[in-house]
Each structure stands twice: as structure tokens, then as C-alpha cells.
Design a protein around this ligand. Sequence first.
Ligand code: SF4
Length: 290
Amino acid sequence: MCYIIGWLGTKIAPYYLQKITIITNENQIMFINKVSPSKIKVYDECKLKYKFKYVDYLQEKSTNTDALQFGSYIHKIFEDGVGSTTTEELNEIAGILRSNYTFDKQREAKIDICIENFLVFNNSLSSCEQVSTEQFFAVELKQGYAVNGIIDRVVKNKDGGYLVIDYKTSKRASTKRDLFNDPQMLLYAYAVSVLYSVPIASITLSHYYPHMDKLVHVKFTEAHVLMYMKKLTQKIWEIRKKKKTDFYPQINQFCDWCGFKDMCPKFNPTTYAAEHAKALKNKKPRKAWK
Ligand code: SF4
């Protein structure tokens, strides 16, 4: 794994001087050594869900398998077909991959339009340098502690500006305001600035919705990203201080899709404890850290 410290990392280094820990029971200290956009998103949405997922390490039940499978399928076509210039090439890739994914007919009907729109979008980027697709990144903030994740695609234009593209297949497109406050976009901006040693001001962050042919994009200032990183540090310290009983349920717009609803006291006040105990008893052992 490659850890990179860049110019921005050195600027914020004073905020990252301590080992990050959370107490999981009376006798055990667990070290948090990685934070990702998805972890932060879950923590912001619901503290109890965060605990189930990242403290108890319970497997979340799939609640919208078709949507997840369809999204993964489209991502894979775009990853494998990034160099394609015709519909035929993309259709061939789509055909080869199709048997690996299961989703309903409603989504099946969207494949053609996604491919057609992607082709036009992809061709519009033909003068750009393809910097990466599905790139794993791990940016060190201090020894043994890092931000990590995977960025769908990064391209560089002739002026030296970077465009970060996150493919989305959700029904509703995010607004610019959503992106402006999105931890994932802020962390991607930080990571790309460190990975490629470029100023934040030259990075555009975007969602591309192929079924709508919609690109929503924002830029951040360095001050905005630094402020977010400072808040992120405070959040990590907040987690560090928590005891198991401090992770409380927070009803939110995503509860209907929460795979831990069975063990949530807000939705199952009489059976949640038994469900949680059962899940803890049946959980599979985690793989050792590498
Ligand atoms: S159902 Fe909602 S409140 Fe309950 S754990 Fe899941 S996200 Fe949290």
C-alpha cells in the first residue's frame, strides 16, 4: 500500500498528532487507522449504524440488491469501456459482463440509454489525459492513520485542471449544494491534491448520471477543504471518546434502506436486543489487517 504525504498534508499535520482509538469494551482498545468517505457518511447519518458496521463489524443485510447490482454493472462497463469509441464496443463489453449481475427488467431497460449517453460523454473527454479509473488511494495523515477510498475516474485537461468523476445511477441527481457539502467530494479533492501535487483550485469534483446524461460539478477553495479536514479530525476524536452505549440511533431519510433495521430500537423496540445478540453470536471472524 502506498502512503503519500503532499504539500497539503504537511499544512494540516498539526491536527493529526495522536493515535486514534475507540474503546470497544472495558478491556479492549481498538485502533482506528483508516477513515473513508463511506465510513464518515454512515457516521453522519446514524451513530448506531456506524457502531453496528464499524465497531461490531456486523454484516449489513442487503435491502436494495437490484439497485446495487445495477450500479456495479454500469460502473464496470464504464471502467472496462473507458477506451471505447463506439456503441458496438460498449455493447459487447456490456454483453460479456451481464451474466455477473442480477437486477430487474425496469433497470435492464436503462442499459441502452446509459451506454449511449456515456459514449457521448466519454468522447467529449477524448482530448483529456486519462489519469486513472477505479483508483484506490490511501493518503497518510499521520503515522499509521490514513484516509482511503476508491475514485471512479480522474482525467486531466490541456490546461492542467483535473476532473474527478463519480458515476451515479440513483433516481435523483444531487444538486450542486449537495456536492458542496458532501464529505466524499471534499475527501476526493484532498486526496487528488495530494496524489498529483496540484492545488485544490485546479480540481473539479463531479457526479455523472448516465441515465439522465447529467453532470453535476463543483470546485472547492483550499480554505474550505482545510476547514473540513479540521472538522474531520474533531469528529475522529469524538468517535475516539465514545463508549459503546454512546452510539445512538438517528432516524434519517435512509432508514428504509438500512440493513440493520431488525436490531434498531427505534423500529423494533421489543426485539432489537435479541436480534443484536444473535447477530453478534453469528458474525463471521474478520480477516486480519495486512
Ligand atoms: S434504521 Fe435508521 S435509526 Fe435505525 S440503525 Fe438504521 S439508520 Fe440508524
